[in-house]
Design a protein around this ligand. Structure first.
Ligand code: CUA
Length: 349
């Protein structure tokens, strides 16, 4: 049934279970609204014929609807809207909650291309390779204007916003090549802002990424043997550590748990922080990014509003790298309790 309707509506194949669910809701909404529209027109037609004016000057009786009529007219459509919500909301929650253990890919929109970077390398332009049957989390941002990452086969569309990270995830089940579009008008070549999603069988993907990383390591060795030493670090973590040091983050934020001008970075990720407003937030990717772009917006209680904004001073990949760096700073065996002395992470400079 689902597949038949998909063909009838000329929709692309469903690459994930999520796509099937989205289509299911879509078909349900289309069918109920079609049936309702048909009933309304049929009623109008019957009334037109049955209550037509037969004589000049003839008046039809005035009808006062009863209360239960009104209740039905309001209640039935309302019930349908609530039903759509009840089906759609869990789907929304699912697409916005990546499962633990999903592979992270950083996505950056830029006029007019898509860049993809894997944790620990490599990075690529306009080709996103993912393993089939494994969850992939996308951390999406933009370098300039608002773009929107859109893969019809995944029924997945997520805005890419400058200075902010949005996340979504998917699990593609069928190996193959699929088109990535930009779904937010972003200027002259918006329609040409295309990329390709290549879903590889998982073992093939593992081989590919291992090869890429080996190649990168070789290239880096070659670069290091030369006099040039300005090449970026090998992984996102190294890059994040370097950026955090270069931008002066570490002058105010310790990485060993000691209190300084700003909150310590160690165990900061997913920590619950109380703000000056009394609100308690979780320090997730979105909060960490926002704190770099607009530090005054959500200030942790007990700290002064002295941090400058890094909006425009760091590129989105640098912000992503710092976020990854912060995420990596964890005291080992956190079950030992925070009172234990945290392990000091040395900062290579
Ligand atoms: Cu990018 Cu439209």
């Amino acid at each position: 049934m689902n597949d038949l309707l998909r063909r009838l509506l000329f929709l692309p194949p469903q690459l994930s279970r999520h796509a099937r669910d989205v289509d299911g809701l879509h078909f349900f909404v289309v069918i109920t609204t079609l049936v309702a529209g048909f009933l309304i027109f049929a009623t109008a037609l019957v009334f037109m014929i049955r209550y037509r004016r037969r004589r000049e000057g003839e008046a039809t009786p005035e009808v006062q609807p009863k209360h239960w009529h009104e209740a039905v007219f309001v209640g039935v459509p309302l019930a349908f809207f609530l039903l759509w919500f009840a089906i759609g909301y869990p789907q929304y929650v699912e697409t916005t909650q990546p499962p633990p253990g999903a592979m992270d890919v950083f996505v950056q929109g830029k006029k007019w291309m898509w860049k993809f970077a894997y944790q620990g390398g490599p990075s690529s332009i306009d080709v996103l390779r993912v393993p089939a049957g494994r969850p992939v989390r996308l951390l999406i941002t933009s370098r300039d204007v608002i773009h929107s990452f859109y893969v019809p086969e995944l029924r997945l569309k997520q805005d890419a916003l400058p200075g902010r990270y949005t996340q979504t995830w998917f699990q593609a089940d069928q190996p193959g090549r699929y088109q990535v579009f930009c779904a937010e008008y972003c200027g002259l070549s918006h329609s040409g802002m295309l990329a390709e999603l290549v879903v590889l069988p998982a073992p093939e993907f593992d081989i590919w990424i291992a090869e890429q990383r080996r190649g990168e390591a070789r290239a880096q060795d070659a670069a290091l043997t030369g006099s040039e030493r300005s090449m970026p670090g090998s992984s996102i973590l190294d890059q994040g550590r370097r950026v955090a040091a270069d931008q002066g983050c570490l002058k105010c934020h310790s990485v060993d748990g000691s209190r300084h001008i700003g909150p310590t970075f160690i165990d900061l990720y997913s920590r619950h922080e109380k703000l000056t407003t009394g609100e308690v937030i979780t320090a997730d990717e979105a909060y960490l990014t926002r704190s770099m772009m607009d530090p005054a917006a959500q200030l942790v209680a007990g700290y002064q509003n002295v941090m400058p904004s890094f909006q425009g001073r760091m590129t989105p990949p640098e912000v992503a790298a710092v976020v990854e760096y912060i995420k990596s700073l964890k005291t080992p065996a956190t079950d030992a309790g925070p009172s234990e002395g945290p392990v000091y992470e040395p900062i290579p400079r």
